[in-house]
Design a protein around this ligand. Structure first.
Ligand code: CA
Length: 723
């Protein structure tokens, strides 16, 4: 069997060889990516070697068979059913006709990229209890493919090397330093020289960020680089931390970890031998409680250049000193050449969450330019002398809540952007979504939001809606997704189109040499735009919402566009009426398109008119219900579940049956449904806490049940009402 699989992959490789442009042996083993092939990725436009295709990380395809003249005939080529209902965020990799990609928990798929047939599937078998650990769904943002191996980080923090022939494990290492902390792996590993590097996520939950490099061949630990220093009571693990510690209050909230998790982008310049690392936000968020005396708090929200052989820092640039707004610098970093003031410069481009577009010299870290690519009110500009942002009074929310642009979602987050080196434009999925930031210091609570940014009550002066309304009068833009074509050289916008009236509904971006830009969205459409004008050219109904970025490749002279479809993550835990997930139930799939393809088969429609079961009476005081509501957000029930908000990635709690209500304690405290991903909270909650949460859920559910009754014209008894 193994031999047959090897044969079929080898034949695929041979096939693409005849029609491709490669210069290798005619029969190569699968996943034969090495330094030489990767460095010359542009000479193999039929392949997509890494998350953002090649070393320039531009998420651009040089293929042009699909172009403006024939885009009308783009249609369905094949689909692969991942049999999942949660978020899919990875960009697939295609090497010599075989697609490698990852889904929920870190499951890896090897797929025939011409037919969609599965070659193998690998399941890291992450225990269900881990489902409550990530901030933002059980997602995975991709694999690395290198010299016959496929590398993945499983949700529970293992780095696993698989044999590309059959998906069998070659080695596995535990990358987590403290498994009692809520750290998870969701980002793609990065290959740099003879190392494979991986970070992790979890800053909102209270962790200390770091990356670890392993020998790509053996999995032996080579070095570890911590992003934040940790308590000065203990020795610093490496010299850079002594330097970083000077930018922190010695009495910082070290028990909350400091943050700085590297959960998404890394890049590698082989010529300069520099690994670029985008670091995350502070933990807790506000510097006022994290590092009470202030300070820049290195290396939060920074771009680091590290020698991958030694793990030594070569340069660093901090985008947001004293980070307090969840402004990670974890977004994709494009490595390209730009002619600046007549000089060719090797640059690094990043559009991080804070709303400024940065152009850095990637050899030295020198800031070359930075301008706003979205609405920003926390800083007026970046001082080019110091390279530092100039804060406005609006940035400081230590005394009173403030409406701040961008909000915690960021002006651009993990969804890949695309840089077209032929026209020099970057296509950015931009989010214009402010947030009212408020501040309340609090000690570490395991498994809870440890961000110290409490959600404000809904009514009254100083509340979210109040500040938002006052703020709206001053602010021109609210709650929209845009696709922005941006000129990094001139630091100006070329065009902008609104892609969704709700924030965080638009997916990652692919641009191609066919003068095309591709982007999916939560409504389940793949949209195609003209790269130079932004004119809409095609809208293809896929039937599954899309967050991930499309990719493109070719086999036997046929160009394909492919995307992972399936919403979830931080944004889509409740399905809006206009979403594909509402209509079709979020059927996870990889969908590929080609010229001359027909309509995409749509998943069966879901019946959304189920009656709401009558919730039980749960006697509770108003104070208990209030306490339950606070806990519902604090321990992150609200991160997955809605109450009467309709279906989502997990059940709507207003739909709970009487049996489920009876078992509420067993489910929430004891973890009765752990195999389904609903872990127990006994390490975080007391039985009284769980009773309060249940009281709140019932109180809300009764409102929903009564409203539904009224809309059906039925007389129902009064629900338990809150003041
Ligand atoms: Ca964050």
């Amino acid at each position: 069997m193994r031999y047959l699989v090897l044969c079929s992959i080898a034949l695929l490789a041979a096939c693409s060889e005849r029609n491709g442009s490669a210069t290798r042996e005619s029969l190569s083993p699968p996943a034969a990516v090495d330094e030489q092939r990767y460095a010359t990725a542009d000479s193999e436009p039929h392949n997509w070697f890494a998350t953002n295709r090649g070393p320039s990380e531009d998420h651009f395809s040089p293929l042009s068979q699909i172009n403006e003249s024939n885009i009308d005939s783009l249609g369905f080529a094949w689909e692969y059913d991942t049999k999942t209902r949660r978020g899919l965020e990875a960009s697939p990799i295609v090497v010599d006709g075989v697609m490698y990609t990852s889904g929920t928990w870190g499951v890896v798929y090897a797929i025939d990229a011409a037919t969609g047939d599965q070659i193998w599937r690998y399941d890291p078998e992450v225990p269900g209890a881990w489902a409550r650990r990530p901030c933002c769904d059980i997602v995975n943002r991709g694999v690395a493919v290198w010299q016959g191996r496929v590398y993945v980080g499983s949700l529970d923090g293992r780095l696993i090397a698989l044999d590309a022939v059959d998906g069998s494990e070659v080695w596995e290492v535990d990358t987590l330093i403290d498994r009692s902390r809520y750290q998870t792996s969701t980002g793609a590993p990065k290959i740099a020289g003879d190392k494979v590097i991986i970070g992790n996520a979890g800053a909102e939950l209270g962790v200390r960020g770091y990356i670890t490099a392993y020998d790509v061949e053996t999995g032996e630990l080579a070095w570890r680089f911590y992003i934040v220093p940790g308590s000065p009571d203990k020795p610093y693990e490496h010299p850079e931390l002594e330097f970083a510690a000077k930018t922190w209050d010695p009495n910082s909230a070290w028990d909350i970890g400091g943050g700085g998790t590297v959960w998404d982008a890394m890049a590698y310049d082989a010529e300069l031998n520099l690994l670029y690392v985008g670091t995350g936000n502070g933990s807790p968020h506000p510097v006022y409680s994290r590092s009470p005396e202030g300070g820049d708090n290195l290396f939060l929200a920074s771009i680091l250049a590290i020698n991958p052989d030694t793990g030594k820092l070569v340069w660093h640039y901090q985008t947001t000193p004293g980070e307090s707004w969840d402004y990670t610098a974890t977004s994709q970093m494009v490595l390209t050449d730009l002619e600046i003031d007549g000089e060719p410069r090797k640059v690094l481009l990043q559009a991080p969450k804070n709303g400024f577009f940065y152009v850095l010299d990637r050899a030295t870290g020198q800031l070359l330019s930075a301008e706003k690519y979205a609405h920003v009110n926390w800083a007026s500009h970046i001082d080019m002398e110091t390279g530092r942002p100039v804060f406005t009074p609006q940035a400081d929310y230590s005394e009173e809540p403030k409406l701040i642009y961008p909000g915690q979602a960021g002006a651009h987050n993990w969804r890949p952007m695309s840089f077209n080196p032929e026209n020099g434009l970057v296509y950015i999925p931009v989010i214009e979504w402010p947030m009212v930031f408020s501040y309340a210091p609090k000690g570490y609570v395991p498994g809870a939001w440890n961000d110290n940014n409490p959600i404000l009550p809904d009514l009254g002066e100083g509340s979210d809606s109040d500040v938002r309304q006052r703020g709206e009068a001053r602010m021109p833009i609210l709650n929209l997704d845009y696709l922005v074509a941006y000129d990094p050289l001139k630091q100006e916008e070329k065009w902008r189109i609104a892609t969704s009236a709700e924030p965080e509904q638009s997916g990652g971006v692919l641009s191609t040499a066919g003068n095309l830009v591709f982007q999916g969205d939560a409504s389940g459409f793949l949209h195609v735009y003209s790269a130079d004008s932004g004119a809409a050219l095609a809208h293809i109904n896929v039937g599954t919402g899309i967050m991930a970025a499309p990719i493109s490749y070719s086999i036997d002279g046929q160009q394909y566009v492919a995307v992972m479809a399936g919403v979830g993550g931080a944004a889509a835990w409740v399905y809006s009426k206009g979403s594909a997930a509402y209509r079709y139930g979020n059927a996870g799939r990889v969908v590929a398109f080609k010229l001359g393809g027909g309509d995409v088969p749509l998943p069966p429609r879901v019946n959304r008119n189920q009656p709401i079961p009558e919730p039980p009476e749960v006697p509770a005081s108003w104070e208990t219900i209030e306490h339950g509501e606070a806990l519902f957000h604090e321990v992150r029930c609200s991160g997955c579940h809605g109450i009467g908000s309709g279906p989502g990635i997990v059940p709507d709690l207003a739909m709970m049956t009487p049996e489920k209500h009876d078992l509420f304690d067993e489910i929430v405290l004891d973890g009765m449904l752990e195999p389904l991903g609903m872990a127990g909270f006994s390490d975080t909650l007391s039985p009284e806490d769980v009773h309060a949460i249940h009281a709140y859920v019932v109180s809300e559910s009764r409102k929903v049940w009564q409203d539904r009754g009224e809309s059906e014209g039925n007389d129902r008894e009064e629900p338990v009402q809150r003041k």
